[in-house]
Design a protein around this ligand. Structure first.
Ligand SMILES: Cc1cc2nc3c(=O)[nH]c(=O)nc-3n(C[C@H](O)[C@H](O)[C@H](O)COP(=O)(O)OP(=O)(O)OC[C@H]3O[C@@H](n4cnc5c(N)ncnc54)[C@H](O)[C@@H]3O)c2cc1C
Ligand code: SF4
Ligand code: SF4
Length: 421
């Protein structure tokens, strides 16, 4: 089975441990409260057997699982070793010349969560800037750079659309981000700003309901875990389903230390506990270790330490060591730049071309505080390392071999968990 060859390449599993079924992903990741709702499992399934549950927003089986194992292998909380997809750290001058090397020796430091050249500093970067849009669109989060770039690329015919996150149309879900492919300038502008919930974004790459050319070119804006899923699917040939990874021409990672459960954060913590009127909110921000929520009249509705909201964060985010979105063409966030500006890390030549295309719409200067990015990245990695060590083996080495530890996630029974359906 083709899937097993990919397992060997991806996981360095000498003897593939046999089929892994969706129920095992369910038991080991989804029911274990570790899913970070990236949608990779939906996008990768060659038989289109995985969908998104309307109530929980989590992946669910919608038709027969063939046991091809790919949902497990490509899941950032399952078998995917996403660090293997990070290009090596480089200096500005040599970055474009150094090819990406994917090592498969699991004993190599390359696989460690901390240390090793690929994780150093900011990762592979060929340009680092503080940037803001010359004329920012309404409701942008920081410098309005993502929106300005997407508008420039669409206007220039470089992309046919962008996978972004727009506000939900459902009046019962104020401030919930929903994945969508924006194909017009109006839709891109309507999706500006940050939504602090995951959207199962990659599931939206089944483009059948969008009016796009037969060979569409899309930009994907996503949290680093979503970019990890895309990079893995781009790097490995797998038996394709309905989802059009081939359409992804540009990846933009939003810097991210954690995301949240929509109902827990927006409805229970902010609306119910603190009495916020969510219809009046203009911006939700997590910055300098604080949760800050502003109303449209300029008043600050909430300004509290982020630790007060930890209970609403996705548990799977604690295992994430990729604050900086190392696999993306461009990484963009607020840390490292003054208010009203965004920090932009250009990582690849594709990213450079896209950035240059938008240059006429942007104010660009040197990054204000590079070290702030490195510091937060180191903290993020330390949390991930501690979380994983605690989960897997408190006395074990730092090397995390997901395949070896598969059993500890899914219980000792090697047989698939069989459920009544
Ligand atoms: C969950 C989350 C956590 C973040 N954490 C940090 C952090 O810790 N440190 C930091 O420096 N920056 C963080 N950011 C990034 C920051 O909030 C801004 O998105 C970034 O600075 C770009 O600002 P901008 O004004 O250029 O973007 P804008 O021009 O406002 O465009 C933002 C784009 O992101 C898309 N988008 C919004 N929410 C989501 C989402 N949930 N999933 C996918 N796409 C989305 C929008 O549709 C839009 O296209 C985070 C973003 C998110 C969504
Ligand atoms: S983390 Fe992503 S790939 Fe893994 S189960 Fe959740 S949605 Fe699927
Ligand atoms: S912290 Fe990591 S896992 Fe969580 S949403 Fe951000 S990138 Fe994804």
């Amino acid at each position: 089975m083709k899937g097993f060859r990919i397992r060997d390449e991806m996981n360095g599993v000498v003897e593939p441990p046999g089929k892994t079924w969706f129920w095992e992903l369910e038991a080991g990741v989804i029911f274990a409260d570790r899913c970070i709702q990236c949608g990779t499992c939906v996008a990768v399934c060659p038989s289109n057997s995985i969908g998104v549950n309307n109530d929980s927003g989590l992946p669910e089986l919608v038709k027969m699982c063939t046991g091809c194992s790919l949902c497990w292998d490509f899941c950032p909380r399952g078998g995917l070793r996403y660090e293997a997809l990070w290009p090596p750290s480089t200096t500005d001058s040599e970055a474009s010349e150094v090819p990406v090397v994917i090592k498969s020796d699991s004993a190599d430091t390359y696989w460690k969560l901390t240390g090793g050249p690929p994780g150093d500093g900011l990762g592979a970067v060929i340009g680092e800037y503080a940037v803001r849009a010359g004329v920012p669109a309404d409701d942008v989060q920081d410098g309005g750079v993502v929106t300005a770039m997407l508008l420039a690329l669409l206007a220039g015919g470089d992309i046919d659309g962008a996978l972004v996150s727009r506000p939900s149309d459902n009046p019962d879900e104020p401030w919930k981000g929903i994945a969508t492919v924006a194909t017009t300038a109006k839709e891109i502008i309507g999706a500006a700003g940050s939504f602090y919930n995951q959207t199962m974004a990659l599931a939206e790459l089944d483009l059948s309901r969008y009016d796009l050319p037969p060979k569409p070119r899309l930009a994907v804006v996503g949290t680093p875990c979503e970019i990890q899923g895309i990079r893995a699917m781009q790097a490995r040939r797998w038996p394709t389903g309905a989802h059009r990874i081939d359409a992804v021409a540009l990846t933009i990672a939003l810097l991210c230390t954690k995301s949240f459960d929509y109902e827990a954060l927006m409805l229970r913590e902010l609306r119910d506990k603190r009495g916020l009127d969510l219809d009046r909110v203009s911006k939700v921000d997590v910055i300098h270790g604080r949760m800050i929520v502003e109303y449209r009249d300029g008043s600050v509705a909430v300004d509290e330490p982020i630790k007060d909201f930890h209970g609403s964060a996705l548990k799977g985010c604690d295992e994430c060591a990729d604050f900086l979105g190392r696999g993306a063409d461009l990484s963009i966030g607020s840390v490292g730049s003054l208010a009203g500006w965004s920090s932009v890390l250009v990582r690849t030549e594709v990213g450079r071309l896209a950035f240059d295309r938008a240059r006429g719409r942007l104010d660009v200067r040197d990054l204000d505080d590079r070290e702030a990015l490195v510091r937060l990245d180191n903290l993020d990695k330390r949390i991930a390392e501690r979380t994983l060590q605690r989960k897997l083996d408190p006395d074990g080495p730092l090397f995390i071999d997901f395949a070896e530890h598969l059993d500890s996630y899914r219980g000792t029974d090697r047989a698939p968990v069989v459920r009544d359906r």
